[in-house]
Design a binder for this molecule. Structure first.
Ligand code: ZN
Ligand code: FE
Length: 729
């Protein structure tokens, strides 16, 4: 009987021969697995005989290599779960002081068992003894439990039901046979299917009404992740960290994964098991599974049992559930490694609501209501910013309720009563409307792209004036036009618009966001002064509506001007034949990046016009150059590669111009466009070569999920400024 453990060793354990030491020791003990470094120390996964694993852990504690200073050796409780002699053998709710649920089961403060969803479970004598013993690793672990006293699994299939151990087996069997199984996890229900089973994954996709957006995978361990994807040491560290986010990784060409998992994508989102339930399930299934949010496309993840049973019945063939209620719905976090460091794209389970320290204190407690898509909110008190978990797209009653209930829950947990409320300038965002409905607070409107740059500053613990490059899809500007290709000179209190992408009409407004080919029409019309070429594939493919859309763009009716960089990516994606319409936000830009040849050095021109202030980035020559390449028969990969190179070169050029005018030499890169790894790398490399310091996002996403932190930082800075100026209310 073999066992598997994950061991984290903290202290001075890097650069002291620790990893080779572990490697030799594991070999002597006949253990398999791996060893790697991360920011906190060394992480080890070891598999083998329980005695050998114990021996390894004991040696790390008692006889480490001579130069190492070991401060802590933490062992994830997989060992007990895998030990047939242990009373928690294969018990899926095993936890200790250092692991297990917390945020999702907390109903109120203080964090004591009666205030959690474990309140209904009375501890047995054995668990109570562990809970009360200060030397025990379960001392004051609120969710402590065991098979005798804790939550229990149940399985409901077509006609067959099971509970406890049999439920787990039934779920694994159903998955192995190609079923779609709804599984109750830590922060909600997931939908699972065998990752290499084409039929199962296609069925899941069809029933969920999710057309193209990639599904995440869960694999048993880092070794299995490396079978599917190329994983470097930074990515291994992120995958195996206790926070266990979904990590976006470059897929191997021969990865045994169904086509429908991530159509048209060179990456896979991969996570490791983060509860004993998931460990046991993955072990029993014996193969990677798709593990995606339990919802219909665009709805919030289901987390209440009755609700899940109703909403997921049309999608799932079977349910694996349990009787420990989830109080707070929380999605999985999503991250990727950019330039050797993690960058969060969705901040939720494992990260929220851990506070982020602010560079300067908030004079008064504040709430920031966020934007609309990928919504989060934030609370600030003194030097502490609490950014909420990812709420979802704030476009319907369900997500609005998640937001308002979330604010109520967080204000209670963190004991913050906001006096200042920050919001976006867009009057139609539900978050802005919510701010307007609050009584007895002072409102602070923060421009969207200023909030992006402030977010990047706060993310990096900074507050001084910088050059901010804010590239995203859409945000309301101070002149009532739609911004999104902005170069600002900004600090936390304010900003100047130093430069922006020359605007074009957004033909049909929101329709243009779903139909990138409309942006191709608008950009061709602008680049060729109203005489757009008609010999291009994009025209042929959309000839039914082409003339109408040009007419709408020219009329200005329902076609507001936009400087959006995201929309320029859309236009180029349509021109290059990547796609004309999208099924999820940002899809055209994502696929343009995926298709790009990263080796292209010939950059399309995107000159900085300094004839007037603010400066303009003129994309007309760029569009014309793309048209020439398309006519010459150049590939999508070449066009996409040259486009990325052109945007990066333009960023560097415009930052040089901004530096000449302002003397600033630090650049913050923010906005959803900088989720694009190719662009982020290129811009950061070129800017550093030009002598700039570059700030990228780390702890909150560059997309609108980071907006609330930026709004909070701005509102606090303005509040501070007023107090400093002698305003003494
Ligand atoms: Zn017990
Ligand atoms: Fe944005």
């Amino acid at each position: 009987m073999s066992t598997r453990v994950r061991v984290r060793v903290e202290g001075i354990v890097q650069g002291v021969g620790f990893r080779p030491f572990v490697f030799r020791l594991a070999e002597e003990l006949g253990l398999g697995g791996f060893v790697g470094n991360d920011a906190a120390g060394v992480v080890i996964e070891a598999e083998g005989l329980p005695e050998a694993v114990d021996r390894l852990v004991a040696t790390l504690r008692e006889a480490p290599p001579p130069l190492a200073i070991v401060e802590a050796v933490r062992v994830a409780p997989l060992a007990e779960v895998a030990d047939p002699g242990d009373r928690r053998y294969r018990y899926p709710f095993t936890n200790c002081t250092n692991c297990g649920p917390r945020f999702t089961i907390t109903r109120d403060v203080p964090y004591d068992r009666p205030n959690t969803t474990m309140a209904a479970f009375d501890m047995c004598a054995a668990c109570a003894a562990e809970y009360e013993d200060p030397r025990d690793r379960r001392y004051h672990a609120q969710p402590v439990c065991c098979p005798a006293c804790g939550p229990r699994l149940t399985f409901h299939g077509k006609g067959d039901n099971a509970s406890g151990e049999a439920a787990l087996t039934a779920a694994a069997t159903a998955l192995a046979q190609g079923a779609v199984v709804a599984i109750k996890g830590l922060g909600g229900y997931h939908l699972a299917a065998l990752a290499h089973d084409d039929d199962a994954v296609a069925t899941l996709r069809a029933r969920k009404h999710r057309e193209d957006k990639p599904f995440a995978l869960m694999v048993a361990d880092a070794t299995d992740a490396a079978r599917l994807c190329h994983v470097d040491e930074h990515e291994t560290a992120l995958l195996t960290s206790p926070r266990a986010p979904i990590v976006l990784l470059a897929r191997r060409g021969d990865a045994p994964v169904a086509h429908a998992v991530a159509p048209g994508n060179r990456e896979l989102g991969v996570m490791l098991p983060y509860t004993p339930l998931h460990h046991l399930l993955l072990g029993d299934v014996g193969a990677p599974i798709v593990l995606t949010s339990g919802n219909m496309s665009d709805e919030p993840i289901a987390y209440l049992d009755d609700e899940a049973a109703r909403r997921l019945a049309p999608i799932a063939d079977a349910f694996l559930t349990h009787d420990r209620p989830i109080h707070m719905r929380v999605d999985d976090s999503v991250a990727r490694v950019v330039r050797g460091e993690p960058m969060l794209l969705r901040r939720a389970r494992g990260y929220a609501p851990q506070p982020i320290p602010l560079a300067h204190p908030c004079p008064r407690p504040a709430l920031a209501c966020g934007a609309e898509l990928k919504h989060t909110f934030a609370l600030g008190q003194q030097r502490r910013a609490v950014v909420s978990h990812h709420i979802g797209d704030l476009e319907n009653y369900e997500t609005l309720r998640s937001f308002t209930e979330g604010v109520a829950h967080y204000t209670r947990l963190f004991d913050i009563v906001p006096q200042v409320v920050a919001h976006d300038l867009h009057p139609e965002y539900l978050s802005t409307k919510h701010a307007g409905e609050l009584d007895g607070v002072e409102l602070a409107g923060v421009q969207h792209h200023h909030a992006h740059i402030a977010s990047c500053l706060a993310d990096n613990g900074r507050a001084e004036r910088v050059i901010g490059v804010a590239f995203d899809g859409i945000g309301l500007g101070t002149d009532d036009t739609i911004w999104g290709g902005e170069i600002l000179a900004a600090d936390l209190t304010g900003f100047e618009r130093t430069a922006f992408l020359d605007p074009v009409p957004l033909p049909g407004a929101t329709t243009a966001i779903r139909q990138p080919w409309r942006m191709a029409a608008a950009w061709l019309d602008a680049a060729y002064d109203g005489q757009p070429p008609n010999d291009l594939d994009v025209v042929t493919r959309n000839h039914h509506q082409w003339a109408d859309v040009l007419a709408v763009a020219r009329s200005g009716v329902n076609s507001p001007p936009t400087s959006s960089m995201g929309r320029l990516f859309d236009a180029v994606a349509a021109l290059a034949g990547v796609r004309d319409t999208i099924t999820y936000e940002g899809q055209a830009a994502v696929e343009l990046e995926q298709r790009a040849d990263p080796g292209q050095t010939a950059a399309y021109p995107l000159p900085v016009d300094d004839a007037e202030a603010p400066l303009r980035l003129r994309a007309r020559e760029m569009i014309a150059a793309i048209v020439e390449d398309l006519r010459a028969g150049r590939s999508t990969a070449t066009v996409a590669g040259r486009f990325h190179a052109g945007v990066a070169a333009a960023v560097t050029a415009v930052c040089r111009a901004a530096r000449e005018r302002t003397g600033l030499s630090s650049v913050a890169l923010s906005g959803g466009v900088f989720q694009n790894r190719l662009l982020a790398h290129r811009c950061a490399d070129e800017l550093e070569r030009a002598g700039f310091e570059v700030l990228l996002h780390r702890r909150v996403p560059p997309n609108d999920g980071g907006i609330s932190l930026g709004q909070l930082a701005v509102a606090a800075a303005r509040d501070r400024q007023r107090f400093d100026a002698g305003d003494t209310r």
